[in-house]
Write a protein that binds this ligand. Structure first.
Ligand SMILES: [Zn+2]
Length: 273
């Protein structure tokens, strides 16, 4: 009897439909959530942008901890916290010694330009558009050999560098690059210091993709694109050793793994002769 009473109290306090989550609870992954309109959602105590219909996305970075605390608070103050286990991953770490210093540190005169680039990218990735463009899924923007993966890190002369967050795909210069998913272009820059020709597409709820080292751009800021639309071409602009596309997935400023969203890369089927 007491058990039944306790159960009834629990059910009253935690409405079963207060939180619905789908996706991958892993480092580099993201969850797509839905709650009742008007509810506040928090991840580890920080508020998560929620659309007017109660939709939201939560992303987990490369080194995200083992458990995510996702809290939903209703307008009447009722609170529910879900402790979601996050699967950890291991990353490629490479030790490199004897690298000349000039390849490690940018020249003094480039610092102002680099700071400006970082600021522009940050603004483009801060947009909260409550449209679930990403729901149509993510496709590969170019087909080629994957030469760089998410999370890998080089240690130059004993000094750990920033981890690599993109997927590098080697392809001939000029190969068309297409939008990975539907969305709106929030940045189209011809020549950034590190990334050269750079495009950022907002796919809604903070999810965005970035395309680096482009030899030319085929879109402008504000353009609405569909998955598969051309947005530019493969190049080696910025600090790049050869023609390749570096494609990245982010949730606002958090870096996710594009490969988890796009799945395995299969070559386009060749037409029958
Ligand atoms: Zn890269």
């Amino acid at each position: 009897m007491r058990l039944l009473l306790l159960l009834a109290l629990l059910l009253a306090a935690l409405p079963a439909d207060a939180l619905d989550l789908k996706g991958r609870s892993t480092q580099g992954g993201f969850l797509v959530g839905k709650t009742d309109p008007g509810n506040v959602v928090m991840l580890d105590g920080d508020s998560v942008p929620v659309g007017p219909a109660g939709n939201f996305v939560i992303g987990f970075g490369r080194d995200y901890k083992r458990v995510a605390e996702i809290t939903v608070r209703s307008p009447n103050g009722t609170e529910q916290t879900l402790r979601e286990p996050i699967t950890p991953r291991t990353y490629d770490i490479q030790e490199i010694t004897g690298v000349p210093q000039k390849y490690v540190t940018p020249p003094e005169e480039a610092l102002a330009r680099i700071a400006q680039d970082i600021q522009q990218v940050k603004v483009a990735r801060s947009k909260m558009t409550p449209v679930a463009w990403f729901e149509g899924g993510f496709g590969w923007p170019v087909y080629g050999t994957i030469t760089g993966v998410y999370g890998s890190q080089r240690v130059f002369n004993g000094e750990p560098r920033r981890p690599h967050f993109g997927i590098d795909i080697a392809a001939p210069e000029g190969t068309p690059v297409t939008a990975a998913a539907d969305g709106i272009v929030t940045l189209a820059h011809e020549d950034m210091y590190y990334s050269g020709g750079t495009v950022i597409i907002d796919h809604g709820y903070g999810l965005n993709t970035t395309y680096l080292h482009l030899s030319r751009l085929a879109v402008s800021e504000g353009d609405i694109v569909r998955q598969g639309d051309p947005i530019g071409a493969v190049g080696a602009t910025g600090r790049s050793t050869g023609p390749h596309l570096d494609v990245r997935l982010n949730w606002f400023q958090e870096r996710l793994d594009f490969r988890l969203a796009a799945g395995e890369m299969f070559q386009r089927p060749q037409p029958l002769q």
